[in-house]
Design a protein around this ligand. Structure first.
Ligand code: SF4
Ligand code: SF4
Length: 151
């Protein structure tokens, strides 16, 4: 279910543009409002929905899931740290559920630019950038090596 922007709520702050991992949220240069430039390629990660301070981004239901008279509403409640969904099906049934927006305080995660550039030799490692320190562990867990007699 890709996202769309309510033009009357959006103030063009650009938070959704900055957070979209696939560069799909853009600001229209004439109207200064955001829009989803490529709904077919939207990852549906809803980072933009969660990040928008104006509740200006909503989610469009797929035609096979909720045709005719359906609605999908998303509400970001920052004080409660939640994001609430309200799905209304065309037969009138309503499904509501709430998820935490995040489990760590806003701004508490170090951005990649705050980490030192990795050593070129690290390219040959199977570790991802800044592992294992960025995960807060000394080493990644591994499977125990079994004795051949045990196999
Ligand atoms: S749902 Fe994710 S991929 Fe889609 S526009 Fe929003 S941030 Fe980008
Ligand atoms: S984050 Fe919300 S208010 Fe800001 S540009 Fe995106 S849709 Fe508009």
């Amino acid at each position: 279910m890709p996202t769309f922007t309510y033009m009357t709520r959006c103030d063009g702050c650009g938070e959704c543009v900055d957070i979209c991992p696939s560069d799909i949220m853009h600001i229209d240069p004439v109207y200064r409002r955001s829009y989803n430039v490529e709904p077919n390629f939207c990852w549906e990660c809803y980072s933009c929905v969660k990040a928008c301070p104006q509740h200006a981004i909503d989610v469009r239901g797929f035609a096979d899931f909720a045709p005719l008279g359906h609605s999908v509403r998303v509400l970001r409640e920052e004080k409660m740290g939640t994001i609430s969904w309200k799905i209304r099906y065309r037969d009138g049934r309503v499904k509501e559920f709430t998820f935490p927006i995040r489990t760590t305080p806003w701004g508490s995660i170090k951005p990649p630019s705050d980490y030192a550039a990795p050593d070129a030799n690290a390219l040959g490692s199977q570790m991802l950038a800044h592992e294992p320190t960025a995960l807060g562990v000394e080493m990644l867990p591994t499977l125990p090596v079994l004795d051949k007699k045990e196999v």
